[in-house]
Design a protein around this ligand. Sequence first.
Ligand code: DQA
Length: 150
Amino acid sequence: MSDLTKILILHGPNLNLTGFREPEVYGKTTLEDIDAKILEEAPKLGCDARILQSNHEGVLIDTIQENRRWADGIIINPGALTHTSIAIRDALVAVRIPIIEVHLSNVHAREEFRRHSVIAPVTVGQIVGMGGYGYILAMMAMLNLRKATL
Ligand code: DQA
């Protein structure tokens, strides 16, 4: 059996426009470039990463469910669904694997409604405000959870 830590990485609504939408908030790097970097770093860290972006809540939920036996952990940026989706939260609880929430921007330094995540209480933790590098940090954190080195 492979020793790689299998990580499902999910990007929610509008994140496909990263690099184009509000670059002053989300940066100029495109999602394609962020995903390429994730896939480049994953094997170096010891991870096997599967990545999906969807603008549809149901597709995100289906993907969480379908990967429940494959994934050792999930890294998710639910986009605006962070603030509203009990259905995504329930799916994440149902699969019973560690969850890390990532946001490109520092949601705590923005509008009041972005400070509240319905997802956060069912995660191990959040990484916010680090742009695309947040996903690399999240992979490192997921590995550390598994290997418990620190
Ligand atoms: C976001 C923050 C959300 O509030 C927003 O709706 C997004 C992106 C982030 O990565 O900073 O779409 O999840």
